[in-house]
Write a new protein. Structure first.
Length: 105
């Protein structure tokens, strides 16, 4: 058994209204910031999984993301493997939609 760290980044699907992102974008002028657009606000869940290997651990995270952490109707997610106990050492997976449910690997 080994320990594996992952992050699941959940964001609204393209075309889904994002009121939080819109509020952030609307505040930029008041801060004197220009050139920023298409702001999307999501959430990040970091977790540690004990499993036989990274593939098995990723399978657990994939199930959690698809069934619990993201609403497949309106949200997409990306799974990121993170090194050690810190989210500062990250290696982002190149996640692309695999099915209509927006599952990312």
């Amino acid at each position: 058994m080994s320990t594996h760290r992952f992050a699941v980044n959940v964001t609204p699907k393209p075309g889904i209204l994002d009121p939080q992102g819109r509020a952030v974008e609307g505040s930029l002028d008041h801060l004197g910031i220009s050139g920023v657009s298409a702001v999307r606000v999501g959430r990040r869940v970091e977790l540690t999984v004990d499993a036989a290997d990274e593939s098995a651990a990723r399978g657990v995270v994939e199930r959690l993301a698809g069934e619990l952490l993201a609403n497949p109707l309106i949200e997409a997610y990306a799974i990121e493997s993170i090194g050690g106990g810190s989210s500062t050492n990250t290696s982002t997976s190149t996640a692309q939609p695999a099915t209509a449910g927006e599952r990312h690997a």
